[in-house]
Ligand binder design. Structure first.
Ligand code: GZL
Ligand code: ZN
Length: 345
């Protein structure tokens, strides 16, 4: 009897093992089929597509509009959006992307807050067979790790800003131009691009000198802080270390609005200081038409519809362009302001 009990126990135990093995086989088979599904070239109808998107935060009106554009476009294309706001922290973006991988979304897209630190997570996405689209800002990583980039050309935006300055100074016959730069987030491709693009235009003309540059992190509060500090040190003059500030180049409208807040609060007149900004949110265009700014370079946040087209293409196994730039224009004091349309952000 003892023997038979033992056999039942074993056979009972082995029966459980067999059931477990069969169950596991079906489960794996099912999942495998799922992954193979992904590789078939069939067009996956968009109502079944899931896009994991990591946004950097809501540091500017530009960013808020950028987010809206993505949410609206996903809805319009019936793409399920898992959206994560990283509150300006790269580690939150890395966590979000890893959760998208575990969730096995169809496509991952994200705005890299800074250029570096993405190789490992991109390799993990690649190993999981999930294509990645880089959005808005660029990264320093092996290009084979992501499907493509859609966004802004910071270098060209910087060049446009400087070209306006050079044309205006030529007209006004200015012989020496001291420039103060309000820079965007350090190590972000957009701040690097806007800085390099601007400098590429003025580098061979000794009349142009960037006498000071500070990182304002694309924030209105930081733009005001930097200008407050300059005005305190120059006892209310638009001077820096004894040099007259002839021009201000700000990498985004939020910081520009902050420096204007400071000039207004301290009642410092700036009408003969050339101020150039980037983004073209409504408040900045309003400041241009009121004569407070001289030039606003557009940076187009409305990339949602193009992004969703790229998501659908890549999800059905098609290639997408390695780089897709958004169309952008330049607004200046010489425009016919009556032709301006509402900016929507
Ligand atoms: C530019 C974008 C920048 C905007 C800022 O493409 O990354 O980030 O110019 C935003 O307003 O903070
Ligand atoms: Zn842009």
């Amino acid at each position: 009897m003892k023997h038979s009990t033992k056999v039942i126990l074993i056979s009972g135990f082995s029966l459980i093992l067999v059931i477990l093995a069969v169950f596991l086989f079906i489960k794996i088979r099912g999942n495998t089929a799922n992954i193979f599904d992904r590789q078939k070239n069939e067009e996956i109808p968009s109502e079944r597509l899931i896009l994991g998107f990591s946004q950097i935060g809501s540091e500017s009106a530009w960013r808020t509009r950028n987010t809206q554009s993505i949410i609206e476009a996903a809805e319009a294309k019936n793409i399920q959006l898992i959206f994560d706001d990283a509150q300006q922290k790269q580690e939150n973006q890395l966590k979000a992307i890893r959760s998208f991988i575990v969730y096995q979304v169809d496509v991952i897209a994200f705005v890299p807050i800074v250029e570096d630190g993405w190789d490992n997570v991109l390799q993990e996405a690649k190993d999981a067979g999930i294509p990645v689209i880089i959005v808005d800002r660029q990264i320093k990583a092996d290009p084979s790790l992501y499907a493509g980039f859609l966004g802004e050309n910071g270098f060209e935006e910087g060049r446009s800003a400087a070209k306006f300055l050079v044309e205006k100074c030529a007209k006004d016959n200015r012989y020496r131009i001291n420039i103060v730069e309000f820079s965007g987030t350090e190590n972000s491709s957009v701040a690097t691009g806007r800085a390099e693009g601007f400098r590429s235009v003025i580098k061979d003309d000794p009349r142009y000198n960037i006498i000071y540059s500070e990182d304002g992190d694309f924030l209105r509060s930081r733009g005001k802080e930097i200008m407050d500090k300059i005005l305190v040190e120059s006892k209310g003059q638009l001077m820096y270390k004894g040099h007259k500030i002839d021009a201000i180049y700000s990498h985004n409208d939020s910081m520009t609005l902050g420096l204007l807040d400071s000039l207004k609060q301290k009642q410092v007149p700036a009408n003969d200081t050339i101020i150039i900004s980037i983004d073209a949110e409504q408040k900045s265009i309003d400041a241009l038409t009121q004569g407070k700014l001289n030039c606003v370079v557009e940076c187009n946040p409305n990339l949602g519809p193009i992004l969703m087209e790229l998501v659908k293409q890549i999800a059905s196994g098609k290639e997408i362009p390695k780089v897709t730039y958004m169309h952008e224009s330049v607004f200046t004091e010489n425009d016919d302001f009556s032709l301006y349309k509402p900016r929507g952000y």
